[in-house]
Design a protein around this ligand. Structure first.
Ligand code: PEP
Ligand code: MN
Length: 362
């Protein structure tokens, strides 16, 4: 896209690597005015990597009274943007009526929002309304970290005859407030990628971070984890945005982010053999760690047998408290994250209790 206005030249090497940037979806959180839509489309169309121009037409807002989207009128602006700047458009649909309006307006792709993926009834209705039409569908993860629900939604669209289904990782709701608006819980998209290697996963750093200053680092990280692309909310004047003002980037900022990722990729290619060597070292340490854990579990078996023979209690609260506290102290000395060490110890303890259980019942 935007072949006639290249904003930067790519080296041959970067060109080869571009294959791994399969999707770049950019555009405002919400379509606000015709001018805002066209101005954003013009700028993002200059990025070669752009695959879709996004703009929310119907907005799922947490509380009533905030801007709930411009409605069907905005679809005409997307049509105009495509006509003027050649950008394919995508928007969020949450009802069969939304689907009908989008198909009528000739949109190129649809996405399902996080608040819709949670409900199989909604998903089924939307999938049914697409029967007989084959349009690319991008499914955001449900608000809750429920992989089954996410994969179930994919299946419903596939069964309805949609051949091009991709997913968007936008982070998960968390009750505790941290740096991220929706913590990424990277282990979840990684699990999905491992289980479904052919499924395209696009990362949405905008809704993960909720903060335009963090978009670049999260985008880079997502690409390093092997994600297939990014969806980044882009607005000509983010502070004035009618929704998600804090997390939108300017088109110039977006170009910088895309450039940084392309450069990053060529760097990592150069140091490939170095990484392979370090990975081998890490694999060796993993093996040693498992061998040590196996030794520990053997000891636990011995202790459990001894306790059983001497009718001692399995669990001594004070002792466990002491072990945990000591581990946390050691974590500090070793420069390890205390919370991580506590989780690890709890996991080891769980297995020790299982061993006790087996031995006491044998
Ligand atoms: C959005 O993309 O603007 C949006 C509402 O996203 P999500 O469904 O991830 O909250
Ligand atoms: Mn948004």
């Amino acid at each position: 896209m935007g072949n006639h206005h290249r904003s930067f030249e790519l080296t041959k090497k970067q060109n080869q690597l571009r294959e791994s940037f399969k999707q770049l979806i950019a555009g405002p959180c919400s379509a606000e005015t015709r001018e805002q839509v066209l101005a954003t489309a013009k700028e993002v169309s200059e990025i070669d990597e752009l695959t879709y121009f996004r703009a929310g037409i119907w907005k799922p807002r947490t509380a009533p009274g905030s801007f709930e989207g411009i409605g069907a009128e905005g679809l005409d602006w997307l049509k105009e943007a495509k006509h003027e700047y050649g950008v394919k458009s995508i928007t969020e649909v949450a009802t069969p009526e939304h689907v009908e309006a989008c198909l009528k307006a000739g949109l190129d792709a649809l996405w399902i929002g996080a608040r819709t993926t949670v409900n199989p009834f909604y998903i089924q209705q939307i999938a049914d309304s697409l029967k007989g039409v084959d349009i690319p569908v991008f499914i955001k993860n449900p608000i809750s970290p429920d992989v089954g629900l996410w994969m179930g939604a994919i299946e419903r669209f596939k069964l309805a005859g949609i051949s091009d289904v991709s997913v968007i990782h936008r982070g998960f709701f968390s009750y505790s407030k941290g740096v991220f608006r929706n913590p990424p819980m990277w282990e979840i998209p990684i699990k999905v990628k491992t289980e479904f290697p052919d499924l395209q996963i696009i990362c949405d750093p905008s809704h993960i971070t909720g903060d335009s200053k963090l978009i670049e680092e999260v985008s880079k990280f997502a690409m390093q984890l092997g994600m297939d692309g990014l969806m980044i909310e882009t607005h000509p004047s983010p502070p004035k945005a009618w929704s998600d003002a804090k997390q939108q980037v300017t088109p110039i900022h977006l170009k910088e982010i895309v450039n940084a990722i392309l450069l990053n990729k060529s760097d990592s290619d150069i140091s490939h053999s170095e990484i392979e060597r370090m990975r081998k070292d890490v694999d060796g340490i993993d093996t040693q760690t498992l061998q040590e854990i196996a030794k520990r579990m053997l000891m636990v078996k011995e202790i459990a047998k001894f306790k059983k023979e001497n009718s001692a209690t399995v669990f001594q609260h004070e002792r466990w408290k002491h072990v945990l506290e000591e581990s946390k102290k050691k974590a500090k000395e070793l420069g390890l994250n205390e919370e991580f060490v506590e989780d690890l110890m709890n996991l080891i303890h769980k297995e020790s209790l299982n061993i006790h259980h087996t031995i006491y019942n044998s």
